[in-house]
Design a protein around this ligand. Structure first.
Ligand SMILES: O=C(O)[C@H](O)COP(=O)(O)O
Length: 236
């Protein structure tokens, strides 16, 4: 029986400011660092020893993984990063304030953009667009995406598109590890993890609207040999 642990990164600086992050490479806030360390303490208390770790290519997820593994005494665990585990790309909403967007476009519209399965956010016009926040410029795409075939990079994603780009990595890597009985941790993002949870738990397109994943609270699955779920618990 393999264990799969999903951890959404700790609070980011832009989570604290209530800004849409998406693929913008924001850092953990002080609170986010504490949440990541606490996740590691919880995993240590749970006694899980990981064989493999996966994370995205975004700093807030990578550092969450490292703080948590260090706290759990398992910083040695092999890790692999993939853009396919990135947060959903929030298109032209990236860097915008979530409350200001709700005032401008209406609460309902913003909730649909944030939580619906198949409604796309407003898209970027091109790959060269940058995001400016408080005098700092964030590139939309940089060298870390150099190996991604040009057309595969998104200009904005809904949950459906996010799931479609998570799944090839899940099938090729993570699923194989689990099937081989390895215990795996994935440190990723609110929506790349919602997509994975939808797939794993077979949640309907409508019901996924109500699924929220908290920062830094590990979700632990005990999986049967056929990867069906024997037990799920959220550590707090
Ligand atoms: O990208 C972001 O801003 C967050 O990580 C997730 O945002 P959401 O709660 O609006 O989906």
């Amino acid at each position: 029986m393999a264990k799969l642990v999903l951890i959404r990164h700790g609070q980011s600086e832009w989570n604290a400011l209530n800004l849409f992050n998406g693929w913008v490479d924001t850092k953990l806030s002080e609170q986010g660092i504490e949440q990541a360390k606490h996740a590691g303490e919880l995993l240590k208390a749970e006694g899980i020893e990981f064989d493999q770790a996966y994370t995205s290519v975004l700093t807030r997820a990578i550092t969450t993984l490292h703080y948590a593994l260090e706290e759990a005494g398992q910083l040695y665990v092999p890790e692999e990063k993939s853009w396919r585990l990135n947060e959903r790309h929030y298109g032209a909403l990236q860097g915008k304030n979530k409350a200001a967007a709700a005032e401008k476009y209406g609460e309902d519209q913003v909730h649909i953009w944030r939580r619906s399965y198949d409604v796309l956010p407003p898209l970027l016009d091109n790959y060269e667009e940058t995001v400016e926040v408080e005098g700092k410029t964030y590139p939309a795409f940089d060298a870390r995406y150099a190996d991604v075939p040009y057309g595969e990079l998104p200009l904005g994603e809904n949950l459906k598109v996010t799931l479609e780009r998570v799944l090839p990595f899940w099938d090729a890597k993570i699923k194989k590890d689990l099937a081989a009985g390895k215990d795996v941790v994935i440190a990723a993002h609110g929506n790349s993890l919602r997509a994975l949870v939808k797939h794993l738990e077979n949640i309907s397109d409508d019901d996924i609207l109500n699924v929220e994943i908290a920062n830094g609270q590990p979700i632990v699955y005990d999986l049967a040999a056929d990867l069906t779920i024997n037990l799920k618990k959220v550590l707090k």
